[in-house]
Design a protein around this ligand. Sequence first.
Ligand code: NI
Length: 154
Amino acid sequence: MLRRKADTVKATELRKPELQQLFLDMVETMDDNDGIGLAAPQVNKSIQVAIIKTKEGALVLVNPKITRFSLRKELGEEGCLSIPGVYGTVKRSRNIRVHALDKRGKRINFKAAGLFARVIQHEVDHLNGILFIDKTVEITMGKEKLESMEKSKR
Ligand code: NI
């Protein structure tokens, strides 16, 4: 499932209560796991849907496309709910432009930068069957693991 290219969602399908329920379930799964993003293939649905955590709540992106990647890239540590305990440094564009449908099927397009842009790039990769470990330049221990090691030293 994680290696498949997810199917495009038709705007009319967004009227279906099952799909709206899936969005709610995905937000819950993301929050329960302290995630900052989740793609539908991670919950066994091979459709182009990603949930991104923002300060204003969960942003639902349907059929998201990144239409611009900045040449300026940044290294950052990533993890994935589908690959527990593994973290890695991934080079991503600092700035991107995104076109998508929102959860009601309205066209949206916006710019994203920094961590927000990183999470979107990670989730859009999921929709194309790409995992962060395919792009990682170095496998790292992960902040949580390092913190617990620090604690056990004391
Ligand atoms: Ni992931």
